[in-house]
Design a protein around this ligand. Structure first.
Ligand code: NAP
Length: 242
């Protein structure tokens, strides 16, 4: 692995991406790097994280977003490596499961709430004091169409994503006039490893993978949001497949 170099003398804007080892987070980390940003990538599994950090000439910061201590350590490590708070935080870590309310398992419920809802709030909590002190910064959270539309079978996932949208709407009010911006992305089904355990192509109730968005489509939306002038906020951006 290439030696990690502090960013203190560098000019590039810095991004921190959670859920970066796969899917949307990984595609977005690559796209942000291609757009000229210095990127720190975070997720639980260290080997793919370090491979990606090497590829992006960035930093790998292992983190479990459902663990408050781990999130605080991630942010402290970012400050150490970058020498300052990030300009952009993309909160993409997520887990998915399908079950109706009548048979949702306690494990699936707890995992979804812990990662998709609590994890997003913990990441926001760690970065916002720095953004607010500086009077700038952009927090992009990856919500879902399942946080706006009541999709049957989405008890654990939809409840967390609806909650995340509620949190985001509160955040927009709290951030008004501060110079800090927040965006909620709401992608439709996207062909990532999130679907691997479910095999959507074998279930007629689910979209085929070939009919889903590509992770790169969502990554381009991230770069679009990130490249708006500092005076422009995009509160919510839905991304659909036609
Ligand atoms: N794919 C879709 O259809 C779709 C549609 C709308 C919204 N979304 C949302 O988009 C986001 C990314 O999903 P994806 O499709 O890219 O999923 P994915 O391919 O399964 O990737 C999930 C990522 O999250 C990380 N992660 C999971 N649990 C974590 C934890 N506790 N702490 C830190 N990192 C964790 C995983 O890495 P490790 O396992 O190494 O931790 C991985 O990098 C999620 O928020 C998801 O809900 C997805």
């Amino acid at each position: 692995m290439a030696e990690l170099k502090p960013n203190r003398e560098r000019e590039e804007a810095c991004a921190l991406v959670t859920g970066a080892t796969r899917g949307i987070g990984r595609a977005a980390a690559r796209a942000l790097r291609a757009s000229g940003m210095q990127v720190a990538v975070a997720a639980r599994r260290e080997d793919p994280l370090r491979e990606l950090a090497d590829e992006l000439e960035g930093w790998a910061i292992p983190c479990d977003v459902s663990d408050p201590g781990s999130v605080e350590r991630m942010f402290a490590r970012f400050l150490e490596l970058a020498g300052r708070a990030p300009d952009l935080v993309l909160s993409s870590a997520g887990v998915f499961s399908l079950s109706e309310a009548s048979d949702v398992s306690t494990e699936a419920l707890e995992a979804s709430l812990a990662v998709n809802l609590k994890g997003g709030i913990l990441v926001a909590r760690s970065v916002l004091p720095h953004f607010l002190q500086r009077g700038s910064g952009l927090l992009i959270q990856v919500g879902s169409v399942a946080g706006r539309r009541p999709l049957p079978g989405n008890t654990a996932y939809g409840a967390a994503k609806y909650g995340l949208r509620g949190f985001h709407e509160i955040l927009l009010e709290e951030l008004r006039g501060t110079g800090v911006r927040a965006t909620l992305l709401e992608p439709a089904a996207t062909d990532t490893s999130l679907w691997d355990p479910i095999d959507p192509d074998s279930d007629p109730a689910l979209p085929d993978r070939s009919a889903m968005l590509r992770p790169e489509d969502v990554a381009e939306a991230v770069v679009f949001v990130a490249s708006r002038p500092a005076r422009v906020q995009i509160p919510v951006l839905a991304i659909e497949r036609v």
